[in-house]
Design a binder for this molecule. Structure first.
Ligand SMILES: Nc1nc2c(c(=O)[nH]1)N[C@H]1C(S)=C(S)[C@@H](COP(=O)(O)O)O[C@H]1N2
Ligand SMILES: [Mo]
Length: 203
């Protein structure tokens, strides 16, 4: 994927048990992605979020419609597979479970989610993971609107997984009955991607 050719910060006392094996802590939020940073001139005109697949009817949110959904804050630790971790990152957005509540009913067959992003990036996550309270459709980081590099206007925040499953520049949510591998998962990264089990690569 990438290599941050950087000196490893030392872990502050008491935080060791929050750093998964093989990870080191960083203070900054590194920018990490494949491809270019999308630039939106006017999100009201040029951005929407499409929802389709295993639900009663597809649905599309314009920017203002999405922002009218109930907002909440999540504080979470993030772990990139390139080995940097950052503790206590603070995000605001729409809880994924609240988002699902605003949709036409999901079919009982809906068990997986494929996040679709600008430029064809995808990330797959089991629905049950995204129904956890820490799963967010995030538009603010540390109290500020997301910057273009970090996913403006909307990114996914997937709890308990390596950070590649937190897809930036989100444009679509597809509900699936069968799992479908995302971008890095197809490249040989682990589908389960639990940092505590060091599930970096597919077996
Ligand atoms: N659309 C998109 N989302 C993406 C990526 C990407 O390449 N494209 N990279 C992932 C990876 S590997 C990481 S570590 C995080 C980095 O998020 P950040 O740049 O906000 O720190 O975004 C994830 N989401
Ligand atoms: Mo990453």
């Amino acid at each position: 994927m990438f290599n941050l050719n950087k000196k490893h910060d030392s872990t502050p006392p008491g935080k060791e048990d929050r750093v998964p094996p093989g990870q080191y802590l960083t203070d900054k939020l590194p920018v990490m992605h494949y491809g270019n940073v999308p630039q939106y001139e006017d999100v009201a005109q040029h951005w929407d979020l499409r929802v389709w697949g295993e639900l009663d009817a597809p649905m599309t949110f314009r920017f203002a419609e999405f922002r009218a959904l109930p907002c909440c804050e999540v504080v979470t630790d993030i772990h990139c597979v390139t080995r940097w971790s950052k503790l206590d990152t603070r995000w605001e957005g729409v809880r994924f479970s609240a988002f699902v509540a605003a949709l036409p009913p999901l079919k009982p067959s809906a068990r997986f989610v494929l996040a679709h992003c600008e430029q064809g990036y995808t990330a797959n996550v089991p629905l049950e993971v995204l129904l956890q309270p820490q799963a967010l459709l995030a538009y603010k980081y540390e109290g500020e609107e997301l910057t273009p590099e970090h996913g403006y206007p909307l990114r996914l925040l997937t709890p308990g997984k390596y950070f590649w499953k937190s897809a930036k520049w989100l444009r679509g949510i597809e509900f699936l009955s069968e799992d479908q591998l995302g971008f890095w998962e197809r490249y040989g990264y682990s589908n389960h991607a639990d940092p505590w089990q060091e599930e970096r690569y597919a077996e």
